[in-house]
Design a protein around this ligand. Structure first.
Ligand SMILES: Nc1ncnc2c1ncn2[C@@H]1O[C@H](COP(=O)(O)OP(=O)(O)OP(=O)(O)O)[C@@H](O)[C@H]1O
Length: 237
């Protein structure tokens, strides 16, 4: 699995209309991501990083271009099938955590597994296991309001990892965190790539992440300016 192409996008373009003007945010972007690798996307604010992630993950249809995700032509699918693809194969870690305020840490993870039709008892077992893995065994019953920023982000990661997704999209996953919590989050993402062969795409301004990236892509003004493979070309197995 490791080293195989997980995402292969070609010619992605996207513009937003503001009144009569159209702002071109993605300008014919080609993008690849491999299983077992952490691909970091950097660039100035407004350069189109989040829009790129949205197009790659089935959240927002590009105006032009094609996304092959796990060998499937994502945007050729019907809306419901795209939603199902996301549910089955994608894990998301966004800024602001997106946790349900009324659910405790265990329930946050169980909720996701319920959508995957995992049995209740099995969902509970897996939720506890994955929360333990992110160092939150002592916070299983806490709701978001009772958790620190770092703990909330770890719940969000546990939730994303619990369904063992092949594709993980993280948008500024460490921006709200102190350096210790940030390191924990980075290591967990790295582990998901190395131990499970997930393709991890991380949008970040955080230079600490660079040490864990296999590849660093720089975007500017809707285009990719540079693409540097840090850990050498992927190994095809
Ligand atoms: N739904 C939308 N409607 C209109 N304009 C949008 C929309 N989403 C994003 N934009 C604009 O598109 C441009 C690129 O946004 P995007 O969020 O992709 O950039 P980014 O590189 O992720 O920025 P940041 O680092 O600040 O998060 C910005 O100028 C933004 O204002």
């Amino acid at each position: 699995m490791t080293g195989k192409l997980a995402l292969n996008a070609k010619g992605l373009s996207k513009g937003y209309k503001i009144g009569k003007l159209k702002q071109q945010v993605l300008k014919g972007v080609d993008f690849t991501a491999y299983h077992g690798q952490v691909t970091m996307v950097m660039g100035p604010s407004g350069s189109g990083k989040s829009t790129l992630i949205a197009a790659l993950s089935g959240l927002m249809k590009p105006d032009e271009g094609e996304v092959m995700a796990l060998g499937e032509n994502l945007w050729k699918k019907k809306r419901g099938k795209i939603d199902r693809f996301r549910l089955d194969h994608c894990g998301f870690i966004f800024q602001g955590f997106n946790l349900f305020p009324s659910l405790n840490a265990t329930q946050q993870v169980e909720q996701v597994l319920k959508y995957q039709k995992v049995k209740k008892s099995e969902a509970h077992r897996r939720a506890v296991e994955v929360l333990d893995a992110v160092g939150l065994k002592h916070r299983l019953k806490q709701k978001p309001a009772e958790l620190s920023g770092g703990e909330k982000q770890r719940v969000a990661i546990a939730r994303a990892l619990s369904k063992m997704p092949s594709l993980i999209f993280a948008d500024e996953p460490t921006s709200a965190l102190d350096s210790v919590s940030g390191q924990v989050v980075i290591k967990l993402l790295h582990q998901a790539a190395k131990e499970r062969g997930a393709a991890v795409v991380v949008v970040t301004h955080d230079p600490r992440l660079e040490a864990y990236a296999d590849r660093v892509i720089h975007m500017e003004d809707g285009k990719i300016l540079s693409d540097t493979m840090i850990s050498g070309p992927p190994v095809i197995v």
